[in-house]
Design a protein around this ligand. Sequence first.
Ligand code: G16
Length: 594
Amino acid sequence: SIPIPPAQLASLIDAHPKPPTLSSYSYGTAGFRYPAPLLPCAFVRMGIFSALRSASLGGEEVGVMITASHNPEEDNGMKLADSNGGMLDAAWEEHAVSLANAPNSKEAMVLISTLTRYIKGKYPQKNGGLPKMVVHVGRDTRSHSPGLAKLVVRAALAMGATVIDHGEVSTPMLHHFVMHANGHLLPGIIPQRCNESGYYEIMAFSYAALLRTGKLDGVGGKRLANTKELVIDGACGIGALKIDTFRKIFGKLNAEGCVGLPMLRTVNFPGEGPLNEICGAEYVQKLQLPPNLYSPKDKLMGMSKGYMTSFDGDADRVVFHFEDVNGKFHLLDGDKIAVLVSSFIQEELRCIDPDGQAVKCGVVQTAYANGSSTLYLKNVVKTNVVVAKTGVKFVHAAAHHHFDVGVYFEANGHGTVLFGPKFYDFIAQADAKLRGTPRNNRANIALRRLRLLPALVNQSVGDAMSDMLLVDAILYLRGWDLNTWAQLYSDMPSKQAKVKVADRTVIATNDNETAATAPEALQKALQSAMDAMAAAENRSDGPKPRCFVRPSGTEDAVRVYAEANTQNGADSLASEAMMLIYKLCGGVGSPPQP
Ligand code: G16
């Protein structure tokens, strides 16, 4: 019942057997992620699966991104994009896992036939076959990514799918292509641009147009001397390569008289150093340290001190940072981005709708959000805050579910803004209401700004390049530098760490991962540690010391997060949590060092 000779598919599966050392593949926080040699089996099957997924959506186009994102160079993995550009639907994750884990080609073929029958029943075709299948494939710069991509392409082609191979792209570019390929899913306000040049142009032009609105209201529209050059740490990955196109477009825009554009400088290119190692968003955010600069010339020029961003290995995360006059490092993470972006959007909305009733705005955070950021969002930005489980697939869904304009940013810099139908209605109504009013009327300026956002923001998934431009535009419109932004509130001192255990699945958590539900004694012990720290700190105001633990969905480790009112407090709370995990959850190797 499948369109190609089953024997041919089966032999493709047989040629890439399950690795004997792996008990089963699991679908983690962001798809399959393992040391590269373990992946060929899963990749062949996922090539087949992605074709079936496209058919199961009646021929809508889907995507496969080959990347292990922030993980070390030796790992690889796959993120699957559904036709709306977002992460694979949860129900289909289960089918993906079953197919990846089928013990042999015979059982894999049974699963493939079952899915095929189901799809044919849902979308009967005149020729009795499957609906059209289109799979977009992209890959990061890892040395094993081309080989793994070939397996996906071969398997999808074997299923009879059309494959569009985009070569080396960032993860958010691939998601953008998929979202734009299914143009009928895009709201009318966003022009459909399903290729690489379209991706750059839609962002660069809406960014430049947003900058231009700064000159209309007499406030903002100011680029401070210390924001004229924006340095991008590419984590020795794909982001470093892709920024070059923005640099070229900016050059053209400059020549056409566009004002306010910063000069873009890139450091940490692929090949200059190991991917994500001592550089990039994961390192900078988790260790709260500036990135290493692999090029001696960049080091000599002190490129890591000024207005700077760090991307991760597949450019779907971004954090900002700078060194102040005293040489102190300051990190502006995803929480700070959420504050900046949500306050900007709410401010612009209020210029048109002073009561703030027409559109429901809010921010989705995870348990990693710094307590100070949550308080600031609730008390100063006066916005709604929801806490969801770690992982874009969860925060994205929550933003979509709860808000008309949902800003989500994980503290690690992964995030975006989602604009729902009510937002687009609001824009249309405001447009009608404000027609004929002066161009520089504040409400008119706000309308122009808001209308540009859905094109500048990559709504399919977090996007380092799009988020970087959005943040820079807001800073420019406000006439701010990173220091002004950093001063909005002070982060509670925090500490992140990881512990190796024999089996991280022994740890379970509640829905939003703020508390451990297994093993039984763990949460009680963590709570005692938090209570003891609160008593020692003895503060009646501000957030209380807090810590939580969760099994990583991308690495073989248990993650620990702790925050307190002093760095010592956060460090010792984290050490205590690490020791508890080691003792109660089967820690391996020598006990964790404080
Ligand atoms: C992935 C997800 C992120 C998530 C991170 C957490 O990041 O896309 O949404 O925050 O994993 O990983 P873990 O479960 O290990 O803590 P990335 O950038 O590696 O794709």
